[in-house]
Design a protein around this ligand. Structure first.
Ligand code: FAD
Length: 321
């Protein structure tokens, strides 16, 4: 019996969430005594695949078929389930990323496995029954889910656990899957914009701004702060609705849910719909001129002040640091 960890890549580079999944898989393997195998789908270099060894995983199964060059939910789920069966994996671990959210239930259905999507903790194991925590109700509560099936699929919330390193040598094994034509009927095309900016879903630090910034012409200081911190930029819904920022930056209930280690909110009131997508961030810093702004209730650190005075000073202080 073993554990299979599906490692996502973007344009051939393994994602940060892939390393978190590997590290989580290794920790689960240490609890159950099972071996951990990584699975990569797509064109990923050997040098990149060797990185799994940095997270204590000794074997990678590489699927690099021309049919699977593009992400196809149904086909990827079939391949992951097929590989899991071939190595007798009782547990499949992946990231609860945008694609992971589509894959996890499909893999679970194919394997007849119990599913924990959005896991934020290691399992507490009692025989074949595992208990795992997940955030629910827009991160307002933590639920403990009991997985009673022998087989389990766990989709780990990005940034919920740190990837811990422990170097081992890696063996890479190629695998040719049987891809059914029907599984390739829907192709989701990834449009990766060539940009040197940090990707928002993967970001460790997010600098986000709202209507308090008055207009798109004032975003230069937000971008500068993000550059200084190596952060991604985000915004509230009205900001993207008004066309001040691209929709891809909209976070919240109807936008992207993010879980960075640091979320800096500038001129955002902290409406419940905004908090739904950001409140699981590890540390929240709020800059708002209104001391009664609801965001301060969930902030770890708050600065009551005018963003146009505070942010430039913050940038200068960080540059001097
Ligand atoms: P405002 O509410 O206008 O707040 C601006 C803030 O900036 C205020 O707190 C103000 O004190 C502060 N400010 C003003 N000037 C300054 C200054 N110079 N310096 C510092 N602070 C200043 N919203 C989302 O963000 N994401 C969602 O996914 C989302 N989904 C929604 C879904 C539904 C069904 C509905 C009904 C609403 C949704 N909303 C969402 C909208 C949400 O309810 C709020 O209206 C929105 O989040 C407010 O955006 P804001 O904080 O940028 O603007």
């Amino acid at each position: 019996m073993s554990i299979l960890v599906y490692i996502e890549n973007v344009e051939g580079a393994l994602k940060k969430s892939a390393f978190e999944s590997l590290s989580y898989g290794k920790a689960v393997g240490d609890l159950t005594g099972e071996k951990v195998t990584a699975l990569s789908i797509g064109n990923v270099s050997q040098e990149e695949l060797n990185k799994v060894g940095q997270y204590g995983v000794e074997k990678v199964i590489e699927v690099n078929s021309s049919d699977l060059g593009q992400f196809v939910n149904q086909a990827y789920a079939s391949v992951i389930a097929e590989v899991a069966k071939s190595i007798d994996a009782q547990t499949v671990i992946l990231s609860n990323s945008f694609s992971g959210k589509g894959l996890a239930p499909r893999i679970a259905a194919k394997l007849g496995a119990a599913l924990a999507d959005g896991a934020i903790s290691l399992p507490t194991i009692s025989g074949s029954i595992w208990q795992i925590q997940k955030s629910v109700f827009s991160n307002k509560a933590i639920a403990t889910e009991e997985l009673q099936e022998q087989k389990k699929v766990i989709a780990l919330t990005p940034n919920s656990l740190e990837a811990t390193e422990s170097a081992v040598p890696v063996a890479i094994e190629k695998y040719e899957p049987q891809v059914a034509a029907a599984d390739l009927s829907t192709v989701i095309k990834d449009i990766v914009r060539a940009t040197d900016k940090v990707s928002l879903p993967e970001a460790d630090i997010v600098v986000s701004a709202g209507r308090g910034l008055k207009g798109p012409e004032n975003w230069a200081m937000v971008e500068e702060l993000a550059d200084v911190l190596g952060a991604a930029t985000a915004c509230s819904k009205p900001v993207s609705d008004a066309g001040w920022r691209p929709h891809a930056e909209h976070v919240g209930q109807t936008g992207l849910a993010v879980t960075p280690n640091l979320y800096i909110a500038i001129g955002i009131s902290g409406a419940i719909q905004h908090l739904a997508g950001v409140s699981a961030s590890k540390t929240i810093v709020v800059i708002n001129k209104d001391p009664e702004a609801p965001f301060f209730k969930v902030a770890d650190y708050g600065i009551v002040g005018d963003a146009f005075e505070v942010v430039p000073q913050l940038i200068e202080a960080l540059k001097a640091y």
